[in-house]
Design a protein around this ligand. Sequence first.
Ligand SMILES: Nc1ncnc2c1ncn2[C@@H]1O[C@H](COP(=O)(O)OS(=O)(=O)O)[C@@H](OP(=O)(O)O)[C@H]1O
Length: 343
Amino acid sequence: MVRYEVTIFHRILDILLLVCAWSIVLGIFLTASQHFNIQNNSTQVRVLLRSPQDKADNRSGVNKVSQDARIVRNSKLPNCLIIGFSKCGTLALRGFLSLHTDIVSPQREIRYFNVFYKRGLQWYRNQMPPSSEGQITLEKTPSYIMSAEALKRIYQFNSSIRLIIIVRDPITRLQSLHAHMFQGMPKSSKVPSFREWCGGRARTARVVRVADYAHPVGNVFKLFPRHQVLVLSEESLEQNPLRVMREAERFLGLKSSISKTDFVYNEPKGFYCFNTSSRKYPKIVKSVVLNEKTGCLGSGKGRKHPDIDNSLLKELVDIIRPYNERLFSMIGKRFKWKNFEAM
Ligand SMILES: Nc1ncnc2c1ncn2[C@@H]1O[C@H](COP(=O)(O)OS(=O)(=O)O)[C@@H](OP(=O)(O)O)[C@H]1O
């Protein structure tokens, strides 16, 4: 009886050992096949980019649709951000930079660091266009600079990221904002005049919220070293986009690839627009919302600004000038702003 029980016990032990051994073999097999699959996938992506045409297409961002779907895995998180300021030419700046063969950029403002942060980094990455090794991924959300919290998040995300800031004559920025908020509203709606909108007795506080660049730029400099931050002006971008592109290329450590034939001055629009016959134009059409026929940014850019009477102008200059001076001493350069030069 005892012998019989011992035999049964040995049989059960044998079965258990056999099961264990099979589990180990199966485990090894599954890990190996997974590993093989990953290797295989990345090889697939690399092989896709191997032919000279593929490489050229990918560098210029002109990927065929069928390839796009597969290369999308290759999207990278941004290593350069345009963080502000709204109404200061941020779209033109991002668009013109997208002319560079080594820069890719999503079409929309992603607002990850201030609005959609909870969606996580994988979501943020998924918003980026595909890029090849060595290309810079550039995202622009002009409201980042107005949030100290967003700036901290950017620092935590990548403390060596490159940041671009663009500013503009603050009084023109006020006019631009007014036009943005009220132009195209139905005649029946009560639109405040520019003077009313600038505020009555509470004018200073109202105006300073828009016109003080020094405070938000100071928040950037509290976190990031100066050499990682480029401050540009809308006026230079508007008058000489090529010169601004050269400055940005140097800042990003890129060889110059944007040329004067990439832009054309469009008389009716009153701005430089993309040259529709440039070989880079198909890439631009994918990354910037524009009028495809003219190559100019849409009607939301270059609106007619409200007039300012002389007494209001003088008042605004007196309020704003000290803030400009703070900005200039902080960034170590001055911008010639016509509203302030004249007074
Ligand atoms: N090349 C070119 N084409 C069109 N517009 C140009 C260009 N360069 C600079 N700008 C100026 O850009 C201003 C809009 O700024 P943003 O793009 O930063 O606006 S936004 O915050 O994204 O809404 C816009 O302001 P408004 O003129 O007040 O509409 C333009 O003056």
